[in-house]
Ligand binder design. Structure first.
Ligand code: ATP
Ligand code: MG
Length: 472
């Protein structure tokens, strides 16, 4: 099969000429070829395989590009990378690999094209297009990758058991590609993942999470989350989720399966393409506190009282264990989960404005994401119920919007600060400052005074006086 059409851009000609000059046969390989054949013609990273030294080819290619591109050289791996027209181009010398049992870092030797294709993870990723003069554009497909692409199958070039055991990250990659491409992992291959699941422990958390995040960012993350569960990998990576599985029944009362419910919530959140990775993490972890709060109450049924607080308190440890970022993203996930149940408690006409103001004060900028979670959380199959729940949330959102308009309460900061209090009364930091601040805040939230500096200032003077302070 000739695929010259895939390599008609200038960069391919430059690589081809450079490769001929240094007499190293070269190929485009991996993701670019796969995605081109899938009809996803986009500018994406290019992987160039050369029979010889990758760094040498990168240097030769750079001579043909103006202005001089910066080459990043990874000597230890014998690879080099340069950027051309916003596209990353990676140059790799062909290799043969063998592995130690305790490491996923291979012992690398020089190898032929076939050796290099053998060490690739999947047949669809081993497809190569020749950049050489004698067969320019020819697809080199030693393992039937093209057929696997057509049949939507993920298959390893060599024995799956060995492929996954050698580099267990490939198990995560298999599930990630299956999710992104909506492919099926071939049966024996999937059995091998099950068999080798514990070998994931030799892979760093960063690499595991890299793949996990790609699954979460895909169109339908539940596909991958379910495969992670089925393979046994999820129990190792995120046991908190697996513990949500199962339905209990007592005296005719049943609760839903919170694992499958969670998968559905994640899918719902992911329907909006631009929903962030961290909102997806919120959806994924929003119910993890249910395992520890599940109780049966006679005549009432199953209760998960305070699961959102218990769950949010579990977040820092999970983030630390998985080497997820510690700072503002962790706080965002924790905070939304902590308040995830509050909107539900505010539904209905009887709710006081002050209760809504309190939520606005606590959630601040993340109100919109919290409401998105509430809507995604509606997973009942009963259409009537579903519509009713959704309508309730929309009504609440409308009420919040009106209240905000009136009060300017979102992003609420007290109109007076601790510094204002200290300066007014000429006092040093002490308990009284907190008491005055809280009093002013509560008065605004309760609607006793309006949310402006003047009203807050006079209230501060009054409360200060009560506490024996004098304006200086
Ligand atoms: P994408 O960039 O869309 O995620 P890709 O296939 O380009 O997909 P990369 O991680 O960029 O994936 O890797 C490039 C190529 O290198 C792959 O197509 C595959 O041939 C090979 N490869 C990457 N990681 C591994 C691995 N762990 N084991 C074997 N081959 C791998
Ligand atoms: Mg790539």
């Amino acid at each position: 099969m000739n695929l010259s059409s895939a390599i008609h851009r200038k960069i391919f000609h430059i690589v081809s000429i450079s490769a001929q000059k240094i007499k190293q046969d070269s190929y485009v390989i991996g993701g670019y070829v796969r995605d081109y054949l899938l009809g996803k013609i986009k500018f994406k990273d290019l992987d160039i395989l050369t029979i010889g030294e990758g760094i040498r080819l990168a240097k030769e290619v750079s001579k043909y590009i103006t202005p001089d591109p910066k080459i990043r050289i990874f000597k230890r791996f014998g690879t080099a990378m340069l950027e051309y027209e916003n596209q990353k181009i990676e140059f790799v010398g062909s290799r043969k690999e063998s592995y130690h049992f305790y490491s996923r870092k291979p012992i690398i030797e020089f190898g032929s094209l076939k050796d290099d294709q053998n060490r690739r993870d999947f047949t669809i990723n081993a497809l190569a297009i020749s950049l050489n003069r004698n067969n320019y554009g020819e697809l080199i497909d030693p393992f039937g990758g093209l057929l696997d692409l057509k049949q939507k199958i993920l298959r390893t070039p060599l024995d799956a058991n060995i492929t996954y055991s050698d580099d267990p990250l490939r198990m995560m990659r298999a599930i990630r590609f299956a999710t992104q491409l909506k492919f099926v992992i071939e049966k024996y291959s999937f059995q091998s993942i099950k068999k080798n699941k514990n070998r994931i422990n030799i892979v760093s958390s960063e690499r595991i999470i890299d793949e996990f995040n790609k699954i979460l960012l895909s169109e339908k993350p539940s596909l991958g989350l379910f495969l992670l569960y089925k393979s046994g990998l999820l129990s190792i990576i995120l046991p908190e989720l697996v513990l949500l599985k199962g339905i209990k029944e007592k005296n005719g009362y049943k609760h839903k399966d919170n694992f499958y419910h969670t998968l559905q919530v994640v899918d719902n959140i992911s329907k909006e393409k631009n929903n962030s990775l961290w909102l997806r993490w919120v959806a994924l972890l929003h119910d993890i506190g249910k395992t520890h709060t599940k109780k049966f109450l006679p005549k009432i049924g199953w209760s998960f009282h305070a699961h959102e607080l218990v769950g949010s308190n579990m977040i820092p440890n999970i983030f630390q264990r998985l080497k997820l970022p510690k700072g503002s993203y962790m706080r965002y996930v924790k905070k939304i989960i902590q308040h995830s149940y509050r909107p539900i408690t505010l539904i209905g006409n009887h709710t006081k404005d002050s209760a809504i103001r309190r939520l606005l004060f606590d959630i601040g900028d993340d109100l919109e994401d919290l409401m998105k979670l509430c809507i995604a959380d509606i997973t009942t199959n009963n259409i009537e119920k579903k519509n009713k729940y959704k309508k309730n949330i929309y009504l609440l959102m409308e009420r919040i919007r009106k209240l905000e308009e009136r009060d300017r309460i979102q992003n609420w900061k007290s109109p007076i600060s601790g510094n204002d209090i200290m300066n007014t009364f000429h006092i040093n930091p002490c308990k009284k400052i907190g008491i005055i601040k809280d009093f002013v805040k509560d008065s605004i939230l309760e609607g006793k005074i309006s949310n402006d500096f003047h009203s807050a200032y006079f209230l501060m003077l009054k409360k200060g006086e009560e506490l024996g302070l004098k304006k200086k």
